[in-house]
Ligand binder design. Structure first.
Ligand SMILES: Cc1cc2nc3c(=O)[nH]c(=O)nc-3n(C[C@H](O)[C@H](O)[C@H](O)COP(=O)(O)OP(=O)(O)OC[C@H]3O[C@@H](n4cnc5c(N)ncnc54)[C@H](O)[C@@H]3O)c2cc1C
Length: 410
């Protein structure tokens, strides 16, 4: 009996476990999935929690609900991967699992402790993250009572998962404080290490314009050095200072400590991965999916969905001793909530930046690319249903994995 071991039962691990167990002959293969946490979080929902738009039940569900019975599911922290011996040690019962193939899907987490002062006196008092369930939930009662002042949004460094989430947060905050009647008392600043609102020129222009139209000030090329939580000041390495009343932080995002313990990652604990085949660069029997990779694609659930068929095809080819032909093109699709029941949509790849047009049906849509629309907003809200009831349940989402220029205007 051969073993396919999957580490991490979040978005990527859950989807690939279900797919692979349906493809492999159960007489020859067993599939084992390991995660330290019983709870599955719909992370895109964290964006809405501070503004009272989603409830706990809409964002958190038991992981077991999504794992098929023919996958062995183990709840345990993972101590170490020993890739040269093809085995993994778990914390629970000191169990050692030898594998024939391994998939790493352990994601990334925030690390506020990497920035001096960030996790100090102000943490969850007037400094909040919204990339964890705890951070996003703590913001809701804070905002309900807040009477205004200066709100600073800061991305400490890139890459981060869902790179548009800080923008969405600001747009939703603008909407929320307007509806509360205190927008004129709230000053909003976006301090980002980027040169503009986004990495790619056309979307940077469109999103930068939207920030300006909502009177949200951008402080670009701001490389965060430290936070002074006593005097409420955010400081950059080049000695710029931004005082704040409330600081919303996207701390350094890093891969799991497990990757560092196993000596398998870069300085951010991301695993070096072939950007086309999604095979680990150093170990031919290991694949890496989702946020855990170092590939230059966006870290997003939609990207995991697009990666799925390439991982399946390439792994099956490799297992059968065939050549691997499937090449992931870096396809990413992200809705960007822009407030007042509107949203943008961007669709791009390794080679093509977000362009205007219609998606997924050329000329028809119904979604508009690089443009605000109400239908895009409904698409964003529908993504939660698609996530829980299609992607996590193994029902095919009718969106092609490969990036297409159809419907896009150069
Ligand atoms: C605020 C926010 C908004 C977002 N919005 C969007 C959006 O609108 N659209 C979109 O497509 N994406 C969005 N994302 C990104 C999306 O949620 C992630 O890209 C996606 O969940 C990545 O999946 P993953 O499987 O790689 O990692 P995860 O889903 O994070 O899963 C990793 C799993 O590994 C487990 N694990 C890690 N280390 C260990 C260990 N040592 N032992 C055992 N288990 C371990 C964890 O417990 C976890 O279950 C958003 C994310 C955030 C935070």
């Amino acid at each position: 009996m051969k073993t396919l071991l999957i580490l991490g039962a979040g978005t990527a691990g859950t989807m690939i476990a279900r797919k692979m167990v349906s493809k492999l002959d159960s007489h020859d293969w067993k599939v084992i999935l390991v995660d330290k946490d019983e709870k599955h979080y719909y992370q895109p929902g964290f964006l809405f929690l501070p503004f009272g738009k989603y409830t706990e039940g809409q964002v958190v569900k038991p992981k077991r609900q999504f794992i098929p019975g023919n996958v062995e599911f183990i709840i345990s922290d993972i101590e170490v991967i020993e890739p040269s011996a093809s085995r993994v040690k778990l914390v629970k019962d000191n169990r050692v699992i030898s594998y024939d193939y391994l998939i790493i899907a352990t994601g990334v987490d925030i690390h506020p402790e990497e920035t001096e002062g960030l996790k100090g006196a102000g943490w969850h008092k007037n400094i909040f993250d919204f990339y964890t369930y705890e951070g996003a939930s703590a913001l809701r009662p804070f905002f309900e009572k807040w009477q205004g002042g200066r709100l600073v949004m800061n991305v400490v460094e890139n890459p981060i998962k869902c790179p548009v989430a800080p923008l969405e947060f600001l747009f939703l905050a603008d909407d929320y404080f307007t509806k509360r009647g205190i927008r004129n008392k709230v000053e909003m600043i976006y301090a980002t290490p980027l040169t503009g609102a986004f990495t790619k020129p056309k979307s940077a222009e469109a999103l930068g314009g939207l920030l300006a139209s909502k009177n949200i000030i951008m402080e670009t090329e701001f490389n965060t050095g430290e936070v002074d939580p006593v005097n409420n000041v955010l400081k950059s390495f080049d000695e710029r200072e931004i005082p704040y009343d409330v600081l919303i932080t996207i701390p350094t995002n890093k891969g799991s400590d497990l990757i560092a313990r196993s000596g398998m990652g870069d300085n951010l604990n991301l695993v070096p991965t072939d950007k086309f085949t999604l095979q680990a660069k150093d170990w031919p029997n290991i694949w890496v999916m989702g946020d855990a990779t170092n590939i230059p694609a966006s870290k997003a659930g939609a990207v995991v969905h697009f990666q799925l068929e390439y991982v399946v095809e390439n792994m099956l080819a490799h297992m059968a001793g065939r050549e691997m032909h499937a090449k992931f093109d870096g396809h990413a699709s992200c809705y960007i909530e822009s407030g007042f029941n509107k949203a943008f949509l961007i669709d791009f790849s390794y080679d093509v930046e977000p362009l205007p047009g219609k998606y997924p049906i050329p000329g028809i849509g119904p979604f508009s690319l690089l443009k605000e629309s109400t239908i895009n907003h409904w698409g964003k809200l529908f993504f939660r249903y698609m996530y829980w009831y299609m992607m996590m349940k193994g029902i095919d989402v009718p969106l092609p994995s490969a990036f297409s220029m159809a419907g896009k205007e150069r």
